[in-house]
Design a protein around this ligand. Structure first.
Ligand code: GSH
Length: 215
């Protein structure tokens, strides 16, 4: 099942997908050499028959490891952790079972809740700044929930969720940056957490990836 072919990650050409972010950070943290293949989602390239056939979901990210294609960002994280396991490769998920479960909870929650926040503070606004309308009542409630959960999860004076980094740190920081990059101040502990995580080299590599100019 293993292959020595260079890994490939299908991404999208604006480099603002939170799901591509997760897979990109995971590969970078594992220190695995990989190539990226950006698809123009607005042109429907993700629905081209060959890509759809292999990815199953016709979405990005999709990882290609030899003849194995895998979409869904959290499945990619889990696959990379098993395929390139610690201690030979850096960890993506905590070593402790309960912390690992908590990290998975955070990843799943960030993908399935806070819909109003995700809609009203879209990731395009993080990388293509523009004035957005004030949050609706639903958006405000989602922000309050995010801040309350983040405050509960991040230990006092800490800048990571657990004793060592995990992919849940990057994902939570990405969600918090929907607010920060749209000018919303955060409580000091959350601000320090988000700012520290935003400086991580794997995160910088995604944030600073060249993007097409705004049209
Ligand atoms: N649950 C998926 C979500 C992937 C997803 O929604 N990707 C978007 C980009 S952010 C996409 O490919 N959209 C194109 C489409 O739906 O046609 C994951 O975690 O990877």
């Amino acid at each position: 099942m293993t292959s020595n072919a260079r890994l490939k990650l299908y991404t999208e050409d604006l480099w603002d997908s939170p799901y591509v972010f997760t897979a990109f950070v995971a590969l970078t943290e594992k220190r695995l050499p990989f190539d990226t293949v950006p698809l123009a989602l607005d042109k429907g390239e993700q629905r081209q028959p060959a890509y759809r056939q292999h990815s199953l979901t016709a979405k990005v990210p999709t990882l290609v490891d030899g003849d194995f294609w895998l979409s869904e960002s959290t499945a990619i994280v889990e696959y990379l952790e098993e395929r390139f396991p610690p201690p030979s490769h850096p960890r993506l998920l905590p070593a402790d079972m309960r912390e690992r479960a908590r990290a998975r909870q955070v990843l799943a929650w960030l993908r399935t809740d806070l819909t109003a926040l995700r809609n009203e503070r879209p990731t395009t606004s993080m990388f293509y700044p523009r004035a957005l309308p004030p949050l609706s009542a639903a958006g405000t409630a989602a922000v309050e929930k995010l801040l309350q959960v983040a405050d509960q999860l991040i230990p006092v004076s800490a800048t990571s969720l657990f004793s060592t980094w995990s992919i849940a740190d990057s994902d939570l920081a990405f969600m918090l940056h929907r607010l920060i990059l749209n000018g919303q101040p955060l409580p000091a502990k959350l601000q320090a957490f988000a700012a520290t995580q935003w400086q991580r080299p794997s995160v910088r590599a995604f944030v600073e990836h060249p993007r097409p100019a705004a049209t």
